[in-house]
Design a protein around this ligand. Structure first.
Ligand SMILES: Nc1ncnc2c1ncn2[C@@H]1O[C@H](COP(=O)(O)OP(=O)(O)OP(=O)(O)O)[C@@H](O)[C@H]1O
Ligand SMILES: [Mg+2]
Length: 489
């Protein structure tokens, strides 16, 4: 690609009116990047929006009416930004915007559409439309990558346009854990790199990762020297560091900000027989069911590693999470689940009580789930389902948080065995609901948090006076290195 976008009418004239050109560095690397999946960005103001819009203007120039691009976003704000900027870049080229359909008709006949993506089914709507290029803006707002990855089922070019999916994001959103893992952003790379992966049947999928930082955007820094100062004013210290340095390990926005693996994860030990034990249950069918087995320390208890569990601390010593993959349930009926719960327990294990999702007690024409569980020997009482406290009373999330905080740094009131992998995978990365910050963003995998909340509410506790790697969920294996010959950066 020539790397400059010219106004069509003037392109052959000696004095060319350049509408847009990529800045040296990451933006240039993006424009030249030939790979099928591209991650671009990772820090604020690095030139992401301009970079993709500009790259698309160039592709539109090159491929004419075969070019058919769609920008996807989860919130309106991110697209307003891009639409606004696209007017400045595309209009002088002679492109025409249809504001009702949010589509640009580019001078050569190509199209750029702005669309909405939240669920997998939103992506499916674009099947069969010969979409050549997709861009997911603010991809960090997607708690799970599924809708984004589904776009690979949409990309298709019958006519020689190389298809590409571009993902742009800043750190700090609900999806930062999967993005960090998929694009290997921790530590945040200095230079562009290509991740080569085998995706099944020996097929190779190359993913380009192009880090960009505010320091790469000289135009912005020249035009608006106060930009960085402004960032400092709108974010916490950690978030600003994440925005500026692209530090994807910061869990800014984490709902359980008191979580720390070194405080809350303990090596399994044999739970003294006289400690009280109970279960907590969150029922799911299409979604996973989550069962926690808890014990209460009846006295201060020294752990082998020098730590002490305070008297009254809750210990999650076993869990059952019926997932076939993250957030997808095993579709067990209540009796099957009951049998599975029983099968995990030791003979003679004395369980004092079980608390469960109050919805399990509902009778919809037949016996409730609670009744059916009772038949297989698990008598479950409805948990206090208060999520957020009112009028000074503590809600379930407060209880969970204050137990994590504990009596002091060395004395957490809730710990989990290192074997409780799904707890350790899901709970630390849960985020605030953007519209209701006092509650959890329930779009994420929150079943274990719910079940733990039920457990905490059954043992109210009042004080007397970092990211865990997630297993990549999207089925790839890393293999060798890609051929970067065609892509000089
Ligand atoms: N190649 C370019 N030509 C002209 N201006 C540019 C170019 N690249 C970036 N800019 C300027 O820098 C500003 C910020 O860049 P851009 O919006 O692309 O950054 P961003 O990474 O998308 O930021 P954010 O993280 O806030 O979404 C743009 O509004 C534009 O004014
Ligand atoms: Mg942007």
């Amino acid at each position: 690609m020539s790397g400059h976008v010219h106004t069509q009418t003037l392109a052959h004239q000696p004095r060319i009116n350049v509408v847009w050109r990529p800045q040296a560095g990451p933006q240039k690397a993006l424009v030249d990047c030939p790979f099928r999946e591209v991650f671009f960005g990772g820090a604020r103001g690095g030139g992401k929006t301009d970079g993709v819009l500009g790259k698309w203007a160039l592709k539109a120039q090159r491929y004419g009416d075969k070019f058919n691009a769609v920008m996807f976003r989860r919130t309106t704000v991110s697209s307003e930004d891009a639409i606004e900027r696209s007017r400045q870049i595309y209009r002088p080229l002679g492109a025409e915007f249809n504001g009702t359909k949010n589509v640009w008709r580019m001078p050569g006949g190509g199209r750029v559409t702005f669309a909405y993506l939240d669920k997998v089914t939103d992506a499916d709507e674009y099947q069969g439309r010969n979409v050549t290029d997709a861009w997911v803006e603010e991809a960090g707002q997607f708690p799970m990558p599924d809708p984004i990855l589904r776009l690979f089922g949409v990309l298709r070019s019958a006519q020689g346009v190389p298809t590409q999916l571009i993902v742009t994001a800043n750190p700090g959103g609900a999806g930062q854990h999967w993005m960090r893992d998929r694009y290997e952003l921790h530590p945040f790379p200095r230079k562009p790199k290509v991740l080569r992966r085998e995706v099944g049947d020996g097929l190779i999928h190359d993913v380009a990762v192009i880090p960009s930082r505010i320091t790469d955007n000289k135009i912005l820094l020249d035009n608006d020297p106060s930009y960085v100062t402004n960032l400092h004013m709108v974010g916490s210290k950690e978030l600003v560091r994440a925005w500026l340095d692209g530090d994807w390990s910061a869990v800014e926005g984490a709902f359980f900000d008191g979580w720390a693996e070194k405080r809350h994860v303990v090596q399994p030990f044999s739970v003294p027989k006289h400690w009280m034990r109970f279960r907590s249950v969150d029922w799911g069918f299409a979604r996973p069911s989550s069962i926690g087995w808890w014990a209460i320390a009846s006295d201060d208890h020294a752990l082998g590693d020098g730590r002490v569990l305070p008297r009254g601390a809750m210990i999650r010593y076993r869990e059952l999470y019926t997932a076939t993959k993250p957030d997808v349930g095993m579709r067990l009926d209540v009796e099957q689940l009951g049998a599975l719960i029983k099968s995990k327990e030791q003979p003679g294990e004395d369980i004092a009580y079980t608390v469960g999702d109050p919805a399990m007690a509902a009778e919809n024409g037949g016996p409730s789930m609670t009744m059916r569980l009772a038949k297989v020997g698990i008598s479950c009482r409805p948990a206090d389902n208060t999520r957020v406290g009112k009028n000074g009373a503590m809600g379930g999330w407060d209880q969970l948080r204050s137990r994590l905080r504990g009596e002091d740094d060395a004395r957490p009131m809730l710990v989990v065995f290192a074997t409780c992998k799904d707890f350790i995978r899901t709970l630390p990365v849960l985020q605030h609901d953007p519209d209701r910050p006092e509650d959890l963003d329930t779009k994420a995998e929150d079943h274990i948090a719910d079940e733990t909340r039920y457990a905490c509410m059954s043992r109210p506790w009042i004080k007397k006076e970092n990211i865990v790697p997630m297993k990549p969920k999207d089925g790839y294996k890393k293999v060798g290195a890609a051929d970067q010959q065609s892509w000089r950066v």
